[in-house]
Write a protein that binds this ligand. Structure first.
Ligand code: ADP
Length: 491
């Protein structure tokens, strides 16, 4: 089936104040299909002037208009209608995301799109439960707290989970009563633009949600400096996150940062190795390894080390790599050309450092010399020592390193030896060990005998260089609220 981007995203426009509009300069850029290297469509290339216009629209929608006039019940209902509308457009959105990002269609159908709809439902249901509290107060006074929105929220999202990482911010921010300006990644802006139209059709008032596509260093950076943006929600690289936090300090806007990762996945000798192999594979190769919560470092206790190396290499060699729109595909291409170049470079570094290549190692699709697209074979390195660059730096591609260890203490030391602290995991049949090691790992989420199991009710976020702030769960909406104390003299 031929896939075309829907007209709503293919006509090179931004979404500001409830309508699609061209950028001030009229400039547009190509969006490339990473599986074919063909052009999908063109999107508007916004500027600082466009961003400022979007913030003005969002500020207007926050201060007056239909959004602040809604009762909590009505606001909640808008979010529930958006959830329904996403489901009504589920197949279209899943195909669009696969086309734009190169994600296998089975994943966009099974995870990206349904979990986004569910998240609008989760936070939509929470709107009426955002309680303040009555507080004891001295003398004849009464004190209570209100939980209020912040105002205009700006968000900057990366190329790897464009739909989910946007919705993780949009749903709680709107549930809390804020308005929103999104700057999606340059390479993968299509689902955000389509979502804007869908949300508007579902009844979101004009100006509440705006999308400005364009360059990070100009349009994105303006979100961090704009005095009317009260909070910046960012997912992306640690380097950009640190820069944005420093810039945002000038206007004292709140910042949440979900940054890089180098997740350690620990397999103890007592683990169920069949299950551990499946989870370790998912941990390393889900989304072609372009996943900040990937388990890209597999640490294996020595008695089962050789066996796990063999299993991981066999699994990597057998996985179906290819067309993202084929329902059988498990691994698609990297999302853009520069990402492929980065993976090629890191594989060369690993080889030069003395890591032993057990599977993959090359660009392209094994057995298909004519394949176009930004493919890289799933790659497994063994004999990786904790000091190697390949064991410390985030590759963001289908590259797994395997490192042996002997003791619990050694495993924890290697796992925590990374500057990152986003996700970690462990596999064991010993209950005592599972809880003790989970408590010792420096990561915002720890998966025991699993990996990448997400629930809307459970939050994730960084320790250390992986950032601060949480997404999903009750903690996810706290990031978009501020507390006000009201003290009433009843004398
Ligand atoms: P990645 O490696 O995921 O591309 P980046 O941090 O470079 O990580 O990009 C993530 C998002 O941050 C993208 O939307 C990008 O446009 C944006 N971005 C990049 N540089 C800046 C910057 N200097 N200021 C604001 N946003 C930026």
């Amino acid at each position: 089936m031929t896939i075309q981007a829907p007209e709503t995203v293919a006509d090179g426009q931004l979404f500001i104040h409830g309508t699609f509009v061209p950028s001030a300069s009229g400039e547009t850029r190509e969006v490339v299909n990473p599986a074919t290297e063909g052009v999908i469509c063109r999107v508007a290339w916004g500027s600082v002037a466009d961003l400022d216009q979007a913030v003005t629209a969002a500020r207007g929608a926050f201060e007056d208009g239909d959004w602040p006039a809604l009762t909590l019940k009505q606001r909640g209902r808008v979010l529930l209608r958006i959830a329904d509308a996403i489901e009504e457009h589920a197949e279209e959105l899943a195909r669009l995301e696969s086309l734009d990002v190169g994600k296998p269609i089975s994943f966009t159908r099974g995870f990206d799109v349904p979990s986004a709809a569910d998240l609008f439902r989760y936070y939509g249901g929470m709107v009426e439960q955002l309680e303040g509290a009555a507080r004891p107060a001295g003398g004849r006074s009464l004190a209570y707290t209100r939980r209020e929105p912040l105002g205009v929220v700006g968000a900057i999202t990366p190329f790897n989970f464009p739909f989910n990482l946007a919705v993780n911010k949009i749903a709680p921010a709107l549930a809390a009563g804020n308005t929103f300006v999104l700057k999606p990644a340059e390479q993968t802006p299509l689902s955000a633009l389509r979502l804007a139209g869908i949300m508007h059709e579902a009844g979101l008032p004009a100006g509440v949600f705006n999308v400005v596509t364009g360059d990070g260093a100009t349009v994105g950076a303006r979100l961090a400096t704009h005095p009317d943006v009260r909070k910046l929600a960012f997912t992306g690289s640690t380097a950009t996150g640190k820069r944005l936090a420093a810039t945002a300090a000038d206007t004292l806007k709140r910042v949440t940062l979900e940054l890089g990762g180098k997740g350690a996945n620990i397999v103890f000798a007592d683990a169920d190795l069949d299950a551990a192999t499946q989870w370790a594979f998912q941990a390393a190769f889900f989304n072609t390894g372009q996943f900040c919560m990937s388990g890209s470092r597999l640490l294996v206790q020595r008695p089962v080390y050789d066996e796990m190396v063999k299993r991981m290499a066999a699994q990597a060699a057998a996985v179906p790599v290819g067309d993202p729109l084929d329902p059988e595909t498990v691994l698609g291409p990297l999302a853009h050309r520069a990402q492929l170049a980065r993976v090629v470079e890191y594989v060369a570094i690993a080889r030069a450092e003395g890591a032993v290549l057990r599977a993959g190692g090359s660009a392209g699709i094994e057995g298909d010399a004519d394949a176009r697209g930004y493919y890289f074979q799933p790659t497994v390195f063994s004999d990786v020592t904790p000091r190697m660059r390949i064991a410390n730096e985030e590759v963001f591609g289908p590259v797994l390193t395997i490192t042996p260890f002997d003791t619990e203490d050694e495993a924890v030391a290697i796992a925590n030896g990374s500057p990152f602290g986003l996700a970690a995991g462990l596999h064991t049949t010993d209950l005592r060990r599972a809880h003790q090691i989970a408590a010792r790992l420096e990561a915002g989420i720890v998966w025991v005998n699993s990996w990448a199991m997400f629930e809307n009710t459970t939050s994730f976020g960084g320790y250390k260089d992986s950032g601060y702030g949480r997404e999903l769960g009750p903690e996810g909406i706290d990031e978009y609220l501020q507390a006000k104390t009201v003290v009433v003299n009843t004398e």
